[in-house]
Design a protein around this ligand. Structure first.
Ligand code: NAD
Ligand code: UDP
Length: 342
């Protein structure tokens, strides 16, 4: 029996593949490579000394997806595949709704056909919209501030309705906070195309000299130092959370949401300082206007994941920064080139 990993070539997917294989699970990966490079999966194989089936298949193509289920004994799915850039989703809403929703509909229909009813879904803290209260618990009010966020909210609802219609389903909705860091080996990590939108890859590209300086979006929020506060979680801790969720699904049916975060908030300025300290580099920055749609503060209450899944995030911010930097230094051009900048 194998676990199907959709979007397994991506940032979080590739780290989860390594953890799954290391714990003895068999995997099958499906990815359209629309936002990733096959090299990430080559490196998963190299790190684990294991070969596994890979299908260059788009979830928008249900016939090809069916073939994956025909050719493999799949008993559960971890569903990472999706478009994830908030700003882009505002500019291209139809692409986001189509890819993220239709892709999930196709996946669930094929799963139904093959009587596979266990799924771990990549949701996001973005489903809390502009939270009134931090730390955020799973029962906080939900809302979306972008088409991307809507696709997460809607998919959660679709999966809840699926369980209402058929109580044989077993579904975990994992609401990630802000994943950063990379595998300790420096062989796999986050490889954004173009100029990064997210803070951590932006900082590390300033450190390596690819970008001139960081713009800090606003220093007049009601936070510790005026800059935005987020809950940064090491991607390897996050990957381990998927295995705990999957193991939980094995013995139960139902649909449950879990926050995966550390429970600690760091401001942008604190992150800049932490990165400088952990990596002995200097980050040039200037203060810019607030980014439209940004919220002041967002961090998790992950008590439920601890209680129900037996999962807690273990890695601290220094390790997250060091691991990000190792990946950046060893792969200055991401997966495209191996050579190190001098
Ligand atoms: P990623 O872009 O690195 O990985 C997603 C993968 O899915 C990519 O390899 C892409 O090629 C693939 N994909 C996209 N659409 C597809 C389709 N229709 N068919 C097949 N493959 C497709 O992103 P990531 O950071 O690894 O995120 C994984 C999931 O977690 C996404 O659903 C994302 O929305 C969610 N998430 C990410 C973050 C984050 O900050 N990285 C935070 C919260 C939630
Ligand atoms: N941020 C910033 N400059 C950047 C990118 C991000 O100041 O170039 C800030 C952003 O305003 C937020 C925090 O860093 O307060 C985290 O942003 P990111 O986009 O990584 O995550 P999200 O806002 O989606 O949680």
């Amino acid at each position: 029996m194998a676990i199907l990993i959709t979007g397994g070539a991506g940032y979080i997917g590739s780290h989860t593949c390594v953890q799954l294989i290391s714990q003895g699970y068999k995997i099958v990966v499906v990815d359209s490579l629309s936002n990733s490079n096959i090299e990430s999966l080559n490196r998963v194989s190299e790190l684990t000394d294991t070969e596994f089936p890979f299908y260059n298949v788009n979830l928008l193509d249900p016939d090809s997806l069916e073939r994956v289920f025909e050719e493999n004994h799949i008993d559960s799915v971890i569903h990472f595949a999706g478009l994830k850039a908030v700003g882009e989703s505002v500019l291209r809403p139809l692409d986001y709704y189509h890819n993220n929703l239709t892709g999930t509909f196709n996946l669930c229909k094929v799963m139904e056909k093959f009587h596979v009813k266990k799924i771990v879904f990549s949701s996001s803290a973005t489903v809390y919209g502009n939270p009134k209260l931090v730390p955020i618990k799973e029962d906080a009010p939900l809302s979306a501030t972008s088409p991307y966020g809507q696709t997460k909210l809607m998919t959660e609802q679709v999966l809840r309705d699926l369980f209402e219609a058929d109580s044989g389903w077993s579904i975990a909705l994992l609401r990630y906070f802000n994943p950063i860091g990379a595998h300790l080996s420096g062989r796999i990590g986050e490889d954004p195309t173009g100029i990064p939108n997210n803070l951590m890859p932006f900082i590390s590209q300033v450190a390596i000299g690819k970008l001139d300086q960081l713009s800090i979006y606003g220093n007049d929020y009601a936070t510790v130092d005026g800059t935005g506060v987020r809950d940064y979680i090491h991607v390897v801790d996050l990957a381990k959370g998927h295995i705990k969720a999957l193991e939980h699904l094995m013995g139960t049916t139902g649909v449950e949401a879990f926050n995966l975060g550390t429970g600690k908030g760091y401001s942008v300025l604190q992150m800049v300082k932490a990165f400088e300290k952990a990596t002995r580099t200097a980050i040039t920055y200037s203060i810019a206007p607030r980014r439209p749609g940004d919220i002041a503060e967002c961090y998790a209450d992950s008590t439920k994941a601890k209680k129900v899944l037996g999962w807690v995030a273990e890695k601290e911010i220094e390790e997250m920064c060091r691991d990000t930097w190792r990946w950046q230094q060893r792969n200055p051009h991401g997966y495209k080139h191996d050579q190190v900048l001098t």
